[in-house]
Unconditional design. Structure first.
Length: 186
């Protein structure tokens, strides 16, 4: 690389007939010098940082304890603790979940839909009904409250909130599953 720079400088001093080629070579040399000056310290600096990171003592990742308290409060509001008997309603029902675009919008009951709460939409069950949904493929279950009407697809029986669906889903990338529906007796 030094030989290229030296030969380019010699060409500049030899008085070539073309002015444009001299300008190009000078600009190429300057660009090359700039790149050398800019990237050599950067490359050597990265190795020093990585060595420091290897020697660093792991620190506590919680930076703001107030944020943790807020998350715990939100999670405890959305989970039902149900004491009572569930009555069988339907087996092999198709369940799906709300799209993210409905987050924050009003439901048919007047409440706002929250994808992180345990709610559902059903065509016929009254609002406020507590329902136990069990995934038939893996046996996981979740308890939800009916807050909306739907789903408006003929083959589907119930729409779950995203959190409720993901809690019982065997395959997180699937959009529907077969479930058993049980209603809490009053």
């Amino acid at each position: 690389m030094k030989s290229k720079i030296i030969s380019s400088v010699r060409l500049l001093g030899s008085g070539h007939k073309r002015q444009k080629s001299n300008f190009k070579t000078v600009s190429n040399i300057l660009m090359l010098l700039f790149l050398l000056i800019a990237f050599v310290p950067l490359a050597s600096g990265q190795t020093i940082v990585s060595d420091k990171q290897k020697k660093a003592v792991p620190k506590d990742t919680i930076k703001n304890p107030k944020m943790l308290v807020q998350q715990q409060e939100m999670a405890s509001d959305s989970l039902f603790v149900v004491n009572g008997n569930f009555k069988f309603y339907k087996k092999a029902a198709h369940a799906s979940y709300y799209a993210d675009k409905f987050h924050g919008k009003r439901t048919a009951s007047g409440k706002r839909y929250n994808k992180n709460q345990y709610t559902a939409a059903h065509k016929k069950l009254p609002f406020g009904t507590i329902v136990k949904i069990t995934n038939e493929s893996n046996g996981k279950s979740v308890t939800v409250e009916i807050t909306d009407r739907g789903p408006f697809v003929r083959t589907r029986e119930i729409d779950l909130s995203k959190r409720a669906f993901m809690d019982i889903a065997g395959n997180k990338s699937s959009g529907s599953m077969l479930v058993t529906i049980e209603v809490l007796e009053k």
